[in-house]
Write a protein that binds this ligand. Structure first.
Ligand code: ZN
Length: 420
């Protein structure tokens, strides 16, 4: 299991697959290997933290893959306060542009040119990032101005160190606080990185992607991969989503498998684990979407309740989706990292004097028992912590997956009360 030491003593972030939800990153495990605090699979035992709701799962000692074989130490610089991040990120926005490719993608999602301009989407540069960073740094007052700003880090070069930007290329989606501060970016990656997922009782095993090749006829990605198991090196070609058996060299028995998969499409722009880099976490940003026709009137440091009625606020997953839905439904929206991370928006909702929260999960997720359970707990959370009314927006999957797809197709959701 690959881990990263977290700021919380005795706890690690799981960088390989979480034994509970199977996803990478965000979930935590304790040093004793007895508890996994999973961020995605609900349990009745949970607590809210500044990374979102954590669900405790007690591990029996039968999990074969709980050996801690790779622990990243972190020397991340603490993230700067929101007003500071805002000043640096706004400078960055002026130094980078939106590529034609990303503009086209937004247009396909039915954003108008004006909306794209007002929302300030950008493209994370592919080349010469150090030059862009230098232009940003030149406009800020001091040489250490990028310390504590997630996304930037200091790289060692032949002629000394220089500041640059981390992360896979993609579209930058700004996250805005309710005070119109830009507090982070979600990146929608152009080409999600390939990952090797191991299953089975494999002991210490390492995998590395050597080279990606042209896609096959069915459009699946292919790569030459290297596996090192008990000192033996195997090299072979893997095709996305096709499981390949792994055999014990002594007995010839099948002991596990490896599958090539695409990593996540969205990630938080962060420079964690890089020299003088910073993590986006603790607390994770949320995003507030004001209908873009009001964006020009929204002053820095002002809450949006002067511009729009915030007694009813809608919540969905992800920034791009909430931006689009806010523009069509003309309502204030929050985009959160996940549907269980509503604790991140509790204070902002109170600051807006919200009376009614409408949650709009994707239509394909409302039907699973896990999500039903998470929604039940969400309802409980609102009932215990607030006097806000809570409702659920639903629609048939055939009308669109996300609320953005639904409204783009010309429909509106049906709203049902969860907490009155
Ligand atoms: Zn998990």
């Amino acid at each position: 299991m690959k881990l990263r030491r977290s700021k919380n003593k005795g706890w690690y972030e799981i960088k390989s697959e979480c034994p509970i939800c199977g996803h990478r990153g965000w979930c935590r495990i304790n040093e004793e290997k007895t508890i996994v605090n999973c961020m995605r699979v609900p349990s009745d035992d949970y607590f809210d933290s500044h990374i979102g709701r954590q669900y405790r799962h007690y591990l029996s000692d039968v999990y074969p893959d709980t050996a801690f074989d790779d622990i990243e130490e972190t020397s991340d610089i603490d993230k700067k306060p929101n007003d500071y991040l805002d000043a640096v990120y706004r400078t960055l926005l002026e130094e980078v542009s939106l590529s034609d490719f990303h503009h086209k993608e937004l247009a396909e999602r039915k954003f108008t040119n004006e909306q794209i301009r007002l929302r300030e989407y950008r493209s994370l540069p592919t080349n010469d990032r150090h030059k862009t960073t230098k232009r940003v740094l030149n406009r800020l007052t001091d040489h250490d101005a990028l310390l504590g700003v997630p996304g930037f880090y200091e790289k060692e070069g032949q002629f000394g160190s220089f500041w640059t930007m981390a992360g896979h290329s993609g579209m930058m989606i700004p996250s805005r606080s309710i005070y119109n501060e830009i507090i982070g970016f979600q990146i929608r990656v152009d080409q999600p990185p390939l990952e090797m997922n191991f299953k089975g009782d494999l002991g210490h095993i390492e995998g590395r992607i050597i080279k990606e090749h042209e896609k096959d006829e069915s459009g699946f990605r292919k790569a030459t991969c290297e596996i090192i198991k008990n000192g033996r090196r195997l090299v072979g070609e893997l095709t996305e989503k096709i499981q390949q058996g792994i055999y014990d060299s002594a007995t010839g028995k099948l002991v596990g498998s490896v599958t090539l998969t695409q990593g996540q499409k969205y990630y938080w722009w962060s420079s964690s684990n890089k020299n003088n880099g910073s993590s986006i976490g603790t607390p994770l940003p949320y995003h507030f979407s004001l209908p873009s026709s009001l964006m020009d009137k929204w002053n820095y440091n002002d809450t949006p309740d002067r511009l729009i009625d915030c007694s009813e606020v809608w919540v969905t997953e992800g920034g791009l989706k909430s931006d689009r839905a806010a523009d069509v439904l003309l309502r204030p929206f929050f985009g959160t990292p996940g549907l269980n991370s509503f604790s991140l928006i509790l204070e902002p909702l109170k600051a807006l004097e919200c009376k009614h929260v409408v949650i709009a999960p994707d239509a394909d997720v409302t039907i699973t028992p896990q999500v039903e359970r998470a929604l039940g707990q969400c309802a409980e959370f609102f009932a215990v912590n607030t006097d806000m009314k809570l409702s659920l927006a639903m629609w048939d999957l055939s009308l669109g997956k996300g609320i953005d797809n639904l409204v783009n197709n010309g429909y509106i959701p049906q709203v049902t009360t969860l907490v009155g």
